[in-house]
Ligand binder design. Structure first.
Ligand code: PRF
Length: 376
């Protein structure tokens, strides 16, 4: 994997760059649509490619390991082939889903014993077996096994957990060297900074992670319920320490405003279920604010979903029609809303990149943040 830093914004820490992997180029800043179970919910691969056009999508080790199971992915020749997606994929390690989704779980130095949210069966994740599972899934970028601390989290727990995440990282790195990639292309491991909402821990963790010298680095443990200002403060501490010549990925973030603010703080990569999940609940993101399409006020509004027309659905369908689909609980409503929201998120990060390259990012970001805070 190679990262080229193309331009730095003069008024903020925003950067435009480009990552090259065996599955192509990822232009940064980037938003990665979430395809948890080998499917970006409600979107065909053809729509994903032709209409939304991301350079990279995300999958989840936790879910894929439980279903369809690692063995099936191996037989398929890896996740790219299984799901018919020939561009980049990143898999999260399970270091978050185990805590947020599984039933009972027990965290020890050795790893985490957890209960499947699907059938209640017991399983065990360790830094070693998570590296092996991610080798078999076969994503281009794979994540270290970490513990994502909850919010709030007391200092003693956060510190102990951070040190364990660092030890787990060392185990990930040494085990990965022993297990070769399976499908003829390179896989790159990203370590994850933790440290809850404590500046000194965040700085310590960032120093440790930077010392590993990975090709890219991630920040975890944020957007778990803390106020946005606290998240930004942590991002700022960490991006000041992580190497400038490597991409930085802020995990599970966030709203369109969170994304622009974190780009301004030096983040290059984002993922979040928000555009897809909120779409299924009838919430649409636009440059002028958010829309609840189920609201009665749209009943006879025959204007296009979004005049900006980032994807064809925005211009081809009216708000009144989309509202009707939601009220009637038609699948198509969720599909259209998902394409709209993903199209909007992709536009947002691409426009941010264009503005960074033009040297006009900061003023644009300030304007957009104000505009997008509106509820329409
Ligand atoms: N760790 C991992 N995945 C994650 C997170 C984390 O801390 C988060 C936190 N927002 C989202 N996804 N492994």
């Amino acid at each position: 994997m190679k990262f080229d830093l193309l331009k730095k914004d003069p008024l903020s820490k925003a950067r435009a760059g480009s990552i090259t992997t065996d599955h192509g180029i990822i232009e940064t800043p980037i938003f990665m649509p979430v395809g948890t179970v080998a499917s970006v919910k409600g979107v065909h691969q053809r729509e994903l490619k032709d209409d939304i056009n991301p350079d990279i999508i995300l999958g989840n080790t936790y879910h894929l390991y439980l279903r369809p199971k690692t063995e099936i992915l191996e037989k398929a020749g890896g996740l790219h082939k299984f799901m018919n997606w020939d561009r980049n994929i990143l898999t999260d390690s399970g270091g978050f889903q185990v805590y947020s989704l599984s039933g009972r779980r027990k965290i020890k130095e050795e790893g985490v014993k957890f209960k499947s949210h699907i059938d209640g069966s017991y399983h065990f994740f360790s830094p070693e077996n998570v590296m092996e599972i991610q080798r078999t899934i076969g994503a281009d970028i794979i994540m270290a096994f970490d513990e994502c601390t909850p919010y709030p989290c007391d200092y003693r727990y956060a510190k102990r957990s951070m040190h364990m995440t660092h030890r787990w990282l060392d185990r990930c790195v040494s085990h990965l060297e022993k297990v070769p990639a399976k499908y003829g292309f390179e896989q790159t491991l990203f370590p994850i900074v933790q440290g809850s909402t404590y500046k000194d821990l965040r700085a310590q963790s960032a120093e440790y992670i930077a010392g590993v010298g990975a090709a890219g680095n991630a920040i975890g443990g944020l957007s778990v319920g803390e106020p946005a200002e606290e998240m930004y403060a942590m991002t700022e501490v960490v991006t000041a320490i992580l190497p400038e010549d490597k991409p930085r990925y802020l995990m599970g973030v966030g709203t369109p405003i969170n994304i622009l603010e974190n780009i301004a703080l030096g983040i290059d990569m984002f993922d979040c279920v928000m555009p897809t999940r909120n779409a299924r609940n009838g919430m649409l993101f636009t440059a002028n604010g958010t829309i609840n399409i189920k609201n009665k006020k749209w009943e006879d509004d025959f204007s296009p979903i979004d005049e900006m027309g980032h994807t064809w659905v925005d211009l081809d369908y009216s708000k009144a029609y989309l509202r009707h689909l939601f009220v009637a609980d038609e699948y198509l409503g969720k599909q259209i809303a998902t394409i709209h929201n993903l199209g909007f998120y992709m536009w947002l990060v691409r426009e941010a990149r264009t503005q960074i390259l033009a040297g006009t990012f900061y003023a644009w970001k300030e304007k957009m943040v104000k505009q997008m805070a509106t509820r329409l």
